[in-house]
Design a protein around this ligand. Sequence first.
Ligand SMILES: [Zn+2]
Length: 237
Amino acid sequence: MDELEGGIRRVTLPLPNRPGHVHAYLLPGDDGWTIVDTGLGLPDAKERWASELEDVPGPVRTIFVTHFHPDHVGAASDLAELTGARVVQGRLDFEQCDLVWGHDEWADVLVVWFRRHGVPDDVMLELIEQGDVWRAVTRYHPEPELLEPGDHVDGWQAVAAPGHADGQLMLVRDGILLAADHVLDPISPTVGLWPRSRPDPLGDYLSALEAVIALDARIALPGHGDPIADPPPARGR
Ligand SMILES: [Zn+2]
């Protein structure tokens, strides 16, 4: 666990695929901690979190999920069971989370989608198999409290960051931006077109980069990689 400015702590969790890690953040609050993102729901997720939280004084009150990708939402249920904290997730993001991970028929929807876009059968089979692997480590919470952009979580304001995921939410407070996978450095996030998603994710992404510039944060804490302090609007540009 790393100590960052403002009493924020960072936990780095393993990923089997690149970039090899994902960050979760602990935000100090008046009556306890808010944990931002959860890592994969691997078999040892609960034990790993229990040992990370051993040195954390005070209770965890809230688990905030930035978006429904497995490395961010995967251990939400484990962490909720461990801490007894409420889980908070964006309304749109939770709809897509449940659609993709909560229904086995989603694989059939993807097969039709991949065929329509000319994906060769062998590649498609591999993609579908990968989806099954991710599903097994995506233990999202079935009944989170739902949030809209502009709402607040423990004093932090939620900001829409579509593109990488339609309903992705960042958090901002006092010049510190919890950037999720919206602003990364030196890589940039994947932006893809998926069935039943918004029609122009790249347009959404570019517009949401304008929002990062307008926020004019001092530092951005991303889901992957080091803090961005050069400053975040420059990275947005
Ligand atoms: Zn992601």
